[in-house]
Design a protein around this ligand. Structure first.
Ligand SMILES: [Zn+2]
Length: 273
């Protein structure tokens, strides 16, 4: 599954290739990918829209068009390809945008879990899916007070994955953030100290920034999610690792809130309350 740094890499690569292009038509081959509006309306409204910018909110790509925002979530396997109009449609290409210049932007998704919304510009943050989302990791409003207000009596690992608190932290980076912050993943979030919360904020920013930076410098193609995934893994400290890089203790794997979770029981001690 692409995490925030990978989506940011996709955003930058797409922006280089499709900025300023005009969509003359679109074809949807798998209806469920279009969450809003109805497919026929989607195909009609997107005609003659020019791509003005590509932004990102959490793991949502936001294509700013002339009159709308096209939101796209890649979920498990979504990828974008630029193709020539004449190249044959591939099996997993479910949404195809035809540009005026004879090229296509093709959305490819082997699992078909991806979602797209086409929304009016002035309401994009007021309606689903963005209205339910929390703060971006770099938002100045992300403070220890904010976290203390938002955290519920649940394991901190679960709360870090809750997109209504902070957007864009996935399973891999949640483990890394807790390892760097020396916090056991099952610790009840409401019992964390102010220092713990500050460490979480600082390490979230640090880890995600570094991952974005590395993604931006070494990824040649955004079309291979496997390549992206493998490269990020080599920089991980605890997720899927056998040995703790600090104390050499064996890394434990447990399940928290249904998600595979890696941690060092020595560096991330359980706290007695
Ligand atoms: Zn350790």
């Amino acid at each position: 599954m692409p995490e925030l740094p990978e989506v940011e890499t996709v955003r930058k690569a797409l922006k280089r290739q499709v900025l300023g292009k005009k969509i003359i038509s679109a074809n949807v081959y798998w209806q469920n990918i279009i969450a809003y509006p109805e497919v026929k309306v989607f195909e009609k409204k997107i005609k003659n829209q020019t791509i003005k910018n590509i932004e990102r909110y959490g793991k949502w790509l936001m294509f700013e068009l002339s009159n709308y925002y096209l939101l796209s979530h890649l979920r498990m396997e979504g990828k974008y390809f630029i193709r020539d109009r004449n190249s044959p449609k591939e099996k997993h290409e479910h949404v195809i945008f035809n540009f005026e210049d004879g090229t296509d932007l093709r959305y490819n998704d082997t699992r078909k879990f991806g979602k797209m919304y086409l929304l009016n510009k002035n309401e994009v943050f007021d309606v689903k899916p963005l209205s339910k989302l929390g703060l971006e990791p770099w938002d100045n409003n992300l403070t220890t007070e904010y976290l203390k207000n938002k955290f519920k009596r649940k394991p901190i690992k679960t709360e870090l994955l809750d997109q209504s608190i902070i957007v864009g932290i996935g399973n891999i980076y949640a483990d890394e953030i807790l390892f760097m912050s020396k916090i056991n993943p099952v610790t009840i979030a409401t019992e964390l100290s102010k220092t713990d919360c500050q460490n979480i904020i600082d390490n979230t920013r640090k880890i995600l920034s570094e991952a974005i930076e590395k993604g931006g410098t070494t990824i040649k193609s955004y079309t291979s999610s496997e390549g992206v995934h493998g490269r990020f893994q080599s920089h991980l400290l605890v997720h899927t690792k056998d040995k703790c890089p600090i104390c050499q203790e064996k890394i434990d794997k447990i399940t928290v809130g249904g998600r595979g979770t890696y941690y060092c029981k020595k560096c991330q001690k359980e706290r007695v309350v």
